[in-house]
Design a protein around this ligand. Structure first.
Ligand code: PDD
Length: 285
């Protein structure tokens, strides 16, 4: 018999089928909570401090109490991890379960904390490249908060899926913001460009790693606005996220990007990222 998966819920490790929350939980009723996703390579939490800093920022912006210190968070994660595989930790904090449904914050209610660990499945099409569509970014203007309320992102991703595409490129007033669950990079006139951090995008941890690797390896890069028109002239387009790493795009809105071949810089950057992950895991046990 296979052992049932254990998850963490409000101070306890439980088999997933025994982990229950109240229907009054504000995460369930309002999507009132925030989350994080941390990749785990060889048992090592990738860029743990940076992910925790983003978590703390999301909690501060939503005024949800942070129930644990960074060390306590780490201690909660470790028992869930299988060190023999690449995995990711998903965890969320909601404003908790109040007695009645009321938009205003409840008083004296403890946050709900849920955490699970899953395998990172290799993404199909990473080597060959994927197709993407551009769609109007109709989400709210606090996308820097990693909110569990992802209805906007979900509806945009689904449009991509229904057009046989892996991801949607979101465009606000003619300019690229990010993907539905990723950041966007483009190579235009030989320069690697990604939109600057602001309230219209999530400050991706993978995005930061890519920019650091570009800096160290003297790859010309810029954090700058990208119009959809300019994006269509790019020699390379990539998506970046913790679970899909760097995903090359070979077709945008039915038009081939650079003749439909995965670009040279993607191969370079993907190689740099793979070595960085290995070194990071070896030095952050
Ligand atoms: N999403 N932008 C959005 C809207 C995202 O949802 C994500 C990641 C990113 C990339 O961030 P990072 O590099 O830190 O993973 C950018 C995660 C993986 C998810 O929702 O599952």
């Amino acid at each position: 018999m296979t052992k049932s998966k254990k998850v963490f819920l409000n101070g306890e490790y439980l088999p997933v089928e025994k982990a229950h929350i109240s229907v009054m939980d504000r995460g369930f009723l309002f999507g009132d909570g925030i989350y994080e996703v941390i990749p785990v390579y060889q048992g090592s939490l990738f860029r743990f401090e940076e992910h925790l800093e983003r978590l703390e920022n999301s909690l501060k912006l939503t005024r949800i109490e942070n129930p644990y210190s960074r060390e306590e968070w780490r201690d909660i994660m470790l028992p869930l991890i299988d060190v023999t595989k690449d995995q990711y930790i998903y965890f969320q904090v909601t404003r908790g379960a109040a007695e009645k449904r009321d938009h205003a914050f409840p008083i004296g209610v403890k946050p709900t904390v849920f955490m699970m660990c899953n395998d990172i499945a290799p993404f199909n099409g990473k080597e060959e490249g994927v197709k993407a569509i551009s769609v109007e970014d109709n989400r709210w203007s606090a996308c820097n908060i990693k909110a569990i309320a992802l209805l906007g992102n979900i509806l945009l991703r689904q449009q991509a899926v229904e057009k046989d595409c892996a991801e949607a490129i979101l465009v606000r007033e003619g300019y690229v913001t990010e993907g539905s669950a990723s950041n966007v990079f483009a190579v235009i006139d030989g320069i690697l460009i990604t939109p600057p951090k602001n309230n219209f995008i999530l400050a991706g941890i993978t995005r930061d790693v890519i920019l650091e690797l570009a800096e160290v390896n003297r790859i010309p890069y810029a954090e700058d606005i990208i119009s959809l028109d300019a994006l269509k002239t790019a020699s390379e387009i990539w998506f970046a996220s913790s679970t899909r790493e760097i995903l090359p795009v070979i077709e945008l809105d039915g038009q081939l990007i650079a003749g439909g071949k995965v670009g040279r810089l993607w191969h370079t950057m993907n190689g740099l990222l793979q070595s960085y992950k290995t070194t990071y895991a070896e030095t952050h046990k």
